[in-house]
Ligand binder design. Sequence first.
Ligand SMILES: O=C(CO)[C@@H](O)[C@H](O)COP(=O)(O)O
Ligand SMILES: [Fe+2]
Length: 219
Amino acid sequence: MTEKPSIIVAPSLLAADFARLKDEVESVSRAPWLHLDVMDGHFVPNISFGPSVIAALRKHTKAKFDVHLMIAPVDPYLEATAKAGADHITVHVENAPHVHRTLQTIRSLGCKAGIALCPATPPEAISEVMDLVDIILVMTVNPGFGGQSFLASQLPKIKKISQMIKESGRDIVLAVDGGIDPKTAPLTVEAGARMLVAGSAIYGQSDRDAAIRALQGAD
Ligand SMILES: O=C(CO)[C@@H](O)[C@H](O)COP(=O)(O)O
Ligand SMILES: [Fe+2]
């Protein structure tokens, strides 16, 4: 019998009620990671929140803060993001022109370094930075909004990156983000995903614990 891989679920605060952020953070305390989408209306066509909101929420949960930076330029905001309480900082291969340096900077700030790929970006785009990443985030929607439909076209890419991680011999978390729900999650886990970001599928349910459990059972 093969052992079940353990799945990390990260609720995405983007789908929460912004008028009640503290309560919304506390409502998902069962999850080990909290995903925080920072958007600038420039790299992506939406604006969300930034380091001051992240800092204000830091004391309300023990969850790891998994910050997804969808901003350009990104480098000037790495330090503020780390100081706000980020445990992980994920940048995009598409918003960091000198991504090798950017990943080094994230680690020098004491955070785990993540790299995200938009749907149109091939897996090879990250092949030269495998030694600098702790998390690889495959976008399964185009970044910018919650509540979009899962792009099944990304499954071969998840498989390919899973293989690249095996070949690297490193302990890199393969994450997926966008349109993840109890129907799509098993497809990504089958392809090799180990961390599932979910906004609507968790915050859209009144029983948050049950919603997280439903995703954790995806393997
Ligand atoms: O980064 C993003 C969107 O750009 C995500 O983290 C969304 O917040 C996911 O939302 P759902 O698709 O799960 O509703
Ligand atoms: Fe995200």
